[in-house]
Design a protein around this ligand. Structure first.
Ligand code: PMP
Length: 441
């Protein structure tokens, strides 16, 4: 038996991935897989990007590692400048880490430190949403709302409560306008802050477009603006987790730019390194940075590999590709095509309840009964069966069960590379439709 322990399963053996070619991964037998989910919304440039490879060689030839306790690097400084230049208003500083969980963990710790620094030590509670994933380290796990992930580790270290997500497909009442719905569901934050006591609440954390746990569920127009108002009213920090939906995935470098909302902190990862390097970042407002810089002067946090020059070099090349090849616009046009193709093939399918998302970040929710929006019996693991059927047919899509409450509901997440061609969109949708039919039959 192989000795490399994969995180997800101890059952069976996975094929060995040996090479990449644009939107395809090739295994040891020569089989080609269309990467319909970019792994997990990671591989935004595909698998053989020349500019990223050249940037990595160049950095490696000069210097791979210098500890951030002693040095900065041109690559890390350039990356921070570029991210800030594109960020929502008020975001002024960047803390480079090695992935999404680390970015969220850093956000929670920095929020806590910020309130200590400004003399509000009672603020320690986090509010997030039931439908959310923010990572797997202890603080990030406590923040996420997905019950089955949390249960076996309770009690968790960060005191978090969870309100309703913005989940239009299932929650918007008949006749209720989108904006009215957004306001109603955002107002649950007001109620929760009141219930906990505003003076104890530190931060509200949310994904602008919910990724893994719900299958590309975007906030309705106005929702995040209302959330921002409520946070401001009570001095609560707004942390937007864009680990999955950020870095161009929705057609905007930061998804919240489309919502017209500027948070106090943003977390990014995945697409930032496009899979070529492990990298993430916590981006924070000038006010938060200023409080720490003018207070203790030291963020009480750090990891050995933060700000790694190789990772920063890859991320700089990723940003150059996005900018110089006009990939944000391409994400919007190819995203619309993917949406149309999905609707054409699956819009009337008896077991497809909803098709949703933004840009090249799309979700398909499966139902046992379309009219009643009834879910499949969770024991059938429909999402996993579709993943397996698609994989056998040479398509990678990202499945998840427990869409609604951590137990019920199945969906698939699609997040192909930004370079996906029209013919590959057709291939994706054809293989996906076949996989859905075979899995449910
Ligand atoms: N936040 C969100 C929104 C995510 O989707 C993920 C990963 N799926 C994480 C945080 C954690 O990121 P990582 O797996 O890189 O630690």
């Amino acid at each position: 038996m192989p000795k490399h322990i994969f995180g997800r399963s101890t059952k069976g053996q996975l094929p060995t991935a040996v090479s990449g070619d644009g939107c395809y991964i090739i295994d040891a037998s020569g089989k080609r897989y269309l990467d319909g989910s970019g792994g997990a919304a990671v591989s935004c440039l595909g698998h053989s990007n020349a500019r990223v490879r050249a940037a990595l060689h160049d950095q490696l030839d000069r210097l791979a590692f210098a500890h951030t306790g002693f040095f900065t690097s041109d690559a890390a400084e350039a990356l921070a400048d570029r991210l800030v230049a594109e960020a929502p208003e008020g975001i002024e500083r960047v803390y480079l880490v090695s992935g999404g969980s680390e970015a969220v963990e850093a956000a929670i710790k920095l929020a806590r430190q910020y309130f200590m620094e400004i003399g509000q030590p009672k603020r320690h509670r986090v509010i997030a949403r039931r439908q959310s994933y923010h990572g797997n380290t202890l603080g990030a796990l406590a923040t996420g709302g997905n019950e089955w992930r949390r249960a076996q580790f309770a009690p968790l270290l960060v005191e978090t409560s969870h309100i309703a997500p913005c989940y239009e497909y299932r929650d918007r009442a008949e006749g209720e306008g989108q904006e009215a719905y957004g306001r109603r569901v955002a107002d649950e934050l007001e109620d929760e802050i009141q219930r906990l006591g505003p003076e104890t609440v530190m931060a509200f954390v949310a994904e602008p477009v919910v990724g893994a746990t719900a299958g590309a569920v975007p906030a309705v127009p106005g929702y995040l603006k209302r959330i921002r108002e409520i946070c401001d009213r009570h001095g609560v920090l707004l942390i937007l987790d864009e680990v999955m939906c950020g870095m161009g995935r929705t057609g905007y470098l930061f998804a919240c730019l489309e919502d017209g909302v500027a948070p106090d902190m943003i977390t990014i990862a995945k697409g930032l390194g496009a899979g070529y390097q492990p990298i993430g970042a916590l981006m924070v407002s000038g006010a938060i940075y200023g409080a720490v810089a003018g207070g203790s002067g030291f963020f009480q946090h750090g990891h050995t590999y933060m700000g790694h020059a190789m990772a920063a070099a890859a991320a700089n090349a990723v940003l150059s590709e996005i900018e110089e090849r006009g990939l944000l616009a391409r994400v919007r046009t190819q995203g619309d095509k993917l949406d149309q193709a999905l609707r054409g093939a699956l819009g009337q399918h008896p077991h497809v309840g909803d098709i949703r998302g933004r840009g090249l970040f799309r979700g398909v929710e499966l139902v046992a009964d379309r009219e009643a929006k009834a879910t499949f019996d969770p024991a059938r693991k429909i999402h996993a069966k579709i993943k397996a059927e698609a994989f056998a047919a040479g398509l990678i899509c990202y499945p998840m069960g427990g869409t609604i409450d951590g137990v019920h509901g199945d969906h698939l997440l699609l997040a192909p590379p930004f370079i996906i061609e029209d013919a590959q969109i057709d291939e994706l949708v054809t293989k996906l439709s076949g996989a859905i039919d075979r899995a449910i039959a």
